[in-house]
Design a protein around this ligand. Structure first.
Ligand code: BGC
Length: 758
């Protein structure tokens, strides 16, 4: 198919108002069993589901197993179609509810404003939430966005993005929770539980290894089983245990040769058999490739059917059941799993309201602001340039559109936030063009700083003219340069340099004004060639709908920075496992569009290509330790306006590793610290792994003794022959650290050998 129809299809998607494109004890023996009450609740829900399945006709069963994509499904249902990601009619005679699905993890999405004027509260990016290292904050965000989804009559939220960040250039990193499986899993689980506390379903997604956007609809992600279980899958496993999501969304890509949505290893073996997952597997939108193969491999439901090449789970499924290619028992299981997920989350017993309900937006904005404030990371602060001295009289803000708002990430997760979009730039090319626009939230750092510093003169220059910006910086007491990097679903950034000449701008400003602060609003890590010249750097991520206020509060010290990096910041592109997106060089731009945009891909026959993950489970900081490289800023790094110290370390081993120590606030202001416990077997060549962490808030001078227990699977390796997790008995090195590179406080523990179920 030619360029024109590709374009038309994209357009259709955009206009069609479219689119979502729019513990466990470590003793020998099988452990990690689910608590009895959880197992009983799942069994109860399943029994109720089975009873319903027994009363459904074949056609009714089939109807529940394929969903509509509202922007392209006009006239296909008698029920109201809310422009959004998905719609599946219910069966009123049996009380089976109509399901309406909305994206995503950062709030109720409304990409390209498909619902005119419908706003929602926008959380900061997933990476910002991950940087809080605080499951409570992740949970509060989930509670808040889930309540808005419910008030808008959605009962399934496509939240819970937990793909591990393997490559800093991945366009979707901002939706995810960083590079460490324990951190990402814990926070995703808390977020999902928060969403589901509203009696709606949250997904966990994209299962698995959708680790890059380039060619996501065609690529084959290749990795060994043990490494996969110890990294990406472990993040999902922990998220599912903590959050109990009603549904798992399988990914677009292939994993070791099979499409993730028809991958019997991932779906049947790992998820349903090993993890005993009771809910349903829904496809990603446009991610289905077969009927019998997919159904028999464990896919339970086809989502957004208009985006696939065919309606695989409609008449084709009926025919395959009739011909015995899909067993009747499997068909019943598919439906029962769907109903079990809905019943467990409360969707049956607490139906969403018939009409949209009012939403307490100002209360919800405070939730977003708190997450942003706790997630902003103070990367560098030479000479205590920050917080801004009350004596600073003339402050100039430069660039980043800091006069009007803060940047957000693009794609299906895009929230149209309360206050609207002061800047919204359509794209003219690229895979995301049909469903993403460069969008700012209406939260102005300039306005917020002026309000916080009423006696200072705070001015703004846009930074387009570098000489003018440098001149303005020279005549001020202090300059704050805002730099942005827009990233989006469906496209990776070609490299992690700041775009559009911003490095030159920052360097020029810093040369003119020694008291320069850089504030970064980026999807993930960026290179900082100017770092030695800039005394203070603040990583603000995409800070969400109250980002301007959050940034101002950090800069002025009203809020003491406490964020920690959930992802390593490289010192140079060459340090990364893969310096640039794999496959980008082999796709023409039209092919690249088609290979990443589901609305286009079904029109193309594109060759698959492999993406190898030779780092295995040594993702992120573990890769840096394994290769002996020093990053610019280590995973876990983050400064404060106070000082913390760790003292009196005691470790105990045996069946479980416990680490006890004092956390001391040795400075003069209150603050939150995140002590981190890293562990590795002595003598082994494997890098240390984050085994426990805790966010602790302390008054000045306060000391708190805390005990952290290591997650046993972090102490273990996955043994495919067992199969299961195996902790080799013996001596383990333990570090209580401020980041992944810190080894100043260490001890040794002796652990008993143990095995655990997969
Ligand atoms: C994305 C999913 C999203 C779905 C529905 C897909 O393109 O990969 O994350 O939930 O669309 O909008």
């Amino acid at each position: 198919m030619g360029k024109k129809s590709l374009h038309n299809r994209s357009l259709l998607k955009a206009l069609g108002a479219g689119a979502s494109l729019a513990l466990v004890v470590a003793t020998p023996g099988p452990l990690l069993a689910r608590p009895a009450s959880v197992a009983a609740a799942a069994q109860g829900a399943r029994a109720r589901a089975d009873a319903l399945v027994a009363r459904l006709t074949l056609d009714e069963k089939i109807a529940l197993l394929h969903g509509l994509f509202p922007p392209m499904a006009a006239g296909k249902t008698a029920n109201e179609l809310i422009p959004s990601a998905g719609h599946i009619d219910g069966i009123p005679r049996l009380g089976i509810p109509l399901v309406r699905e909305t994206d995503a993890s950062l709030g109720v999405a409304n990409q390209v404003e498909q619902r005119k004027g419908d706003v929602a509260t926008a959380l900061p990016s997933g990476l910002a939430t991950a940087a809080t290292f605080d499951p409570e904050i992740a949970r509060a965000g989930g509670v808040m966005i889930g309540s808005e989804a419910r008030a808008k009559r959605f009962n399934v939220m496509l939240a819970g993005g937990v793909n591990l960040t393997r490559d800093p250039w991945n366009g979707r990193n901002f939706e995810y929770l960083g590079e460490d499986p324990l951190l990402a899993g814990e926070l995703a689980g808390a977020h999902i539980a928060g969403v589901q506390s509203n009696n709606i379903v949250s997904t966990v997604k994209h299962f698995a290894l959708n680790a890059q956007e380039t060619g996501r609809m065609v690529l084959d992600a290749r990795i060994g089983e043990a490494a996969l279980r110890m990294s990406d899958l472990l993040a999902f496993q922990i998220a599912i245990e903590r959050g109990r999501p009603g549904s798992v969304m399988c990914a677009y890509n292939k994993v070791n040769g099979d499409w993730a949505c028809e991958n019997a290893f991932l779906l049947n073996k790992v998820l349903k058999q090993d993890w005993n997952y009771p809910g349903w597997v829904m496809s990603d939108w446009g991610g289905v490739h077969s009927t019998a193969k997919a159904a028999n491999a464990g896919l339970d439901q086809q989502s957004g059917q208009e985006l696939d090449k065919a309606i695989y789970f409609g008449d084709a499924l009926k025919a395959d059941v009739g011909a015995g290619r899909v067993p009747q028992g499997r068909l019943d299981d598919m439906v029962a799993r769907y109903l079990t997920g809905l019943i467990s989350a409360g969707v049956f017993d607490h139906p969403v309201p018939a009409r949209a309900q009012p939403i307490p937006y100002s209360r919800n904005a405070a939730v977003a602001q708190r997450a942003a404030e706790a997630g902003i990371v103070l990367l560098k602060n030479n000479g205590n340039l920050l917080p801004l001295a009350a004596s600073a009289r003339r402050i100039v803000l430069i660039g980043g559109n800091a006069d009007v708002g803060v940047l957000s990430g693009g794609g299906s997760s895009q929230v149209r936030s309360v206050g609207g979009a002061p800047i919204e730039i359509p794209l003219t090319s690229g895979a995301a063009a049909s469903f993403a626009r460069v969008t700012y939230h209406a939260s102005s750092p300039l306005r917020a700083l002026r309000a916080a510093l009423p006696r200072a003169s705070v001015t703004y220059v846009d930074g387009r003219n570098v000489a003018a910006a440098a001149a303005a910086a020279r005549t001020a007491d202090l300059a704050i340069v805002f730099a942005t990097q827009w990233t989006t679903e469906a496209q990776d950034v070609p490299n992690i340099a700041l775009p559009d000449g911003q490095d030159a701008l920052i360097a020029a400003v810093a040369a003119a004004q020694p008291r320069t602060v850089a504030v970064l609003e980026t999807g993930g890590p960026v290179l900082m060639p100017w770092i030695d010249a800039v005394p203070a750097v603040v990583q603000a991520w995409y800070p969400g709908q109250r980002g301007g206020e959050a940034i101002a509060n950090i800069l002025t010290g009203r809020v003491n920075p406490s964020g920690r990096l959930p992802i390593t910041f490289p010192a140079a592109a060459a340090q990364m496992v893969r310096p640039t997106p794999v496959g980008l060089d082999r796709l023409t731009s039209l092919e690249a569009q088609a290979a990443a945009n589901p609305a286009n891909s079904s029109q193309y026959e594109l060759p698959t290509f492999p993406v190898d993950y030779p780092e295995g489970a040594d993702v992120g900081y573990r890769w840096y330790e394994r290769t002996g490289q020093r990053p610019l800023f280590a995973f876990g790094h983050g400064l404060s306006y106070t000082r913390f110290a760790y003292r009196n370390l005691r470790v105990s081993g045996g069946d479980r590793l416990r680490v006890t120590f004092d956390v001391v606030n040795a400075g003069r202001v209150a603050g939150a610290d995140v002590p981190q416990v890293y562990v590795a077997r002595e003598g082994a060549t494997v890098p240390m792994r984050l085994a426990a962490f805790q966010r602790v808030t302390l008054k000045p001078g306060e000391t708190r003794r805390i005990t952290l227990t290591a997650e046993p699977r972090i102490l273990a390796d996955y043994d495919t022959a067992l199969p299961g997790w195996r902790i080799a008995g013996g001596r383990y090195r333990v570090a209580v650290a401020r980041d992944a590179a810190d080894r100043s406080l260490t001890a040794t523990a002796v652990l008993s050998p143990a095995t655990m179920k997969p």
